[in-house]
Ligand binder design. Structure first.
Ligand code: AMP
Ligand code: ZN
Length: 493
């Protein structure tokens, strides 16, 4: 694997807090699980940052020859408002507010999520399992954990016993914290609490009479806790131990810590070889989040329809903006940064289109093989997209300087440069050439104007045969024209 370059791929592992050589358990297969969205509302740009980062990682793994089974779940049940199993069910609350069935809420926001990720040109995962589609697997896993003695049932709910688990395993392994410190940071249990320990968390929650989404279980009617779905679905599709588990950094302390505990208590092995976490998208230094209310919807960003936006920015400008920072660094949103990204993105696209204009020379004045090596070295260093972009800018400089006669490229180097630029810009960074789409639609507009003028001249001469032929032939290729008072309009059917 990875024969493209001298340096092997290294990835930063949250679990060990260092960069490690990437060695999948069953090469060339790579199992990758990324925590997906909770589909009770629209996703904001912060969520998009995490999903786009993992899309680039997925694309690069595919590019260097791995066969990746990429699983990204949809959380469509079991997510209460509080991280500590309290508060209302997010889906039921939204369903009441919008006067819809909870599953209508799920459907609506799942479709919205797909549309947004399509706009950013992300590849679909290999499997997109839902929590509600895996209730049986979750119940089975909870039974196993109960059998192993790391959980207990109280009045129709089941809780994970963190203290018991900690006697054998390291509960704070992911965030490198001791049990005592974790306990200190957690509030005391109240008299009403069914939990035995302050850090215990729900695996199964007993339904109240008003609970809308509930299922029968060995413990009565109820619904799964938030974390168990990811343990159950990752085990089902990727096995008891798999290669990569990802998500945003905000998931480390609770969701992923509990996921490790559940999987280990059930399967008695560490579930994940490489834990990878994306850093947060921030607005004026504060994390963008649904609850803080500082989240732009991607649609608002595209149209510019938000008080914090000076104007709209295209999906590829936004994707390029995100690639300009490393996935483990915070990324602060600002209009200035997006405008700079827009310029950078256009510079790359211009470079790519100028490639066609280069005439090869008998020899080269630049080292394209070294540029190619640098691009791989950047991505092999924990997917360092900002460094990759600096090399792609060097590629664009070479292209422009060659056109100006300041550099020379041999035919073989020109072909190599073309290959390197296209591979990294389109296949790895997942960018699309929007300038081409703009240019294409400009050309279509011009052609349609010309055709409709010819038709209107024919009509003026009462040449109905030509006029009808134009209308019918356009219809056959999917364009409908409509004659009105103010002239003729057209649209794609
Ligand atoms: P949620 O729908 O809230 O469960 O979040 C879906 C994904 O987005 C999770 O992996 C979160 O960690 C991630 N996420 C949430 N907020 C941000 C943010 N501001 N920046 C980057 N990722 C985020
Ligand atoms: Zn998860």
């Amino acid at each position: 694997m990875d024969s493209q370059t001298k340096q092997p791929l290294v990835v930063y592992n949250t679990l060990t807090r260092k960069k490690e050589l990437f060695e999948p358990i069953h090469p060339p297969l790579v199992g990758m699980y990324v925590c997906g969205p909770t589909v009770y509302s629209d996703i904001h740009l912060g969520n998009c940052r995490t999903f786009i980062s993992f899309d680039t990682i997925y694309r690069y793994l595919l590019h260097i020859g791995y066969k990746v089974r990429y699983v990204r779940n949809i959380t469509d049940a079991g997510h209460l408002e509080g991280d500590r199993d309290e508060g209302d069910d997010k889906f039921a609350k939204k369903a009441k507010l919008e006067q819809l069935e909870p599953m209508e809420i799920v459907q609506k926001y799942t479709i919205g999520f797909h549309h947004v990720l399509e706009a950013f040109n992300t590849l679909p995962p290999s499997i997109e399992p839902t929590a509600t589609g895996h209730i049986i697997e979750q119940i089975e896993m909870i039974r196993e954990i109960l059998k192993s003695g790391y959980a207990y049932e109280v009045n129709g709910s089941v809780y994970f016993d963190v203290e018991k688990y900690s006697q054998k395993y390291d509960y704070g392994i992911l965030t490198n914290r001791k049990l005592e410190d974790l306990l200190e940071g957690t509030r005391e249990l109240g008299g009403q609490d069914e939990k035995r320990g302050r850090l215990d968390f729900a695996l199964w929650i007993k339904a109240k009479p008003e609970t809308l989404m509930k299922w029968p279980s060995p413990w009565g009617w109820g619904f799964p806790g938030w974390h168990i779905e990811c343990s159950a679905m990752s085990t089902k599709y990727l096995g008891q131990t798999f290669d990569i588990h990802g998500g945003g950094m905000d998931l480390q302390a609770t969701h992923h810590t509990n996921e490790i505990a559940q999987s280990e208590a059930c399967n008695h092995v560490q579930p994940v070889k490489y834990w990878m976490h994306t850093n947060m998208l921030t607005v004026n230094g504060a994390r963008m989040s649904k609850t803080a209310g500082n989240g732009f919807l991607p649609q608002e960003l595209f149209t510019g329809n938000h008080p914090l936006l000076e104007r709209g920015y295209s999906p590829m400008t936004v994707r390029f903006f995100m690639a300009q920072s490393h996935y483990r660094s915070t990324l602060d949103f600002s209009n200035e940064a997006l405008q700079a990204a827009e310029k950078g993105y256009k510079r790359l696209m211009e470079g790519l289109s100028n490639l066609q204009r280069i005439q090869p020379s008998s020899s080269s004045s630049v080292n394209v093989a070294a540029l190619r090596e640098n691009c791989y070295a950047a991505m092999n260093d924990d997917f360092n997209t900002p460094v990759l972009i600096s090399h792609l800018f060097e590629g664009a400089r070479i292209i422009n300087a060659t056109i100006d006669g300041k550099e020379r490229l041999s035919a073989a180097d020109l072909e190599l440069l073309q290959h390197v630029m296209k591979t990294f810009v389109f296949d790895v960074l997942g960018l699309l050439d929007e300038t081409k789409a703009d240019a294409k639609s400009h050309v279509v507009d011009g052609l349609m104007k010309l055709i409709l003028e010819i038709r209107s001249e024919a009509r003026a001469k009462k040449d109905w045969a030509t006029s009808d032929k134009i209308r019918d032939n356009l219809k056959a290729i999917g364009i409908e024209i409509k004659d009105g008072k103010d002239g003729t309009d057209w649209k794609f059917i």
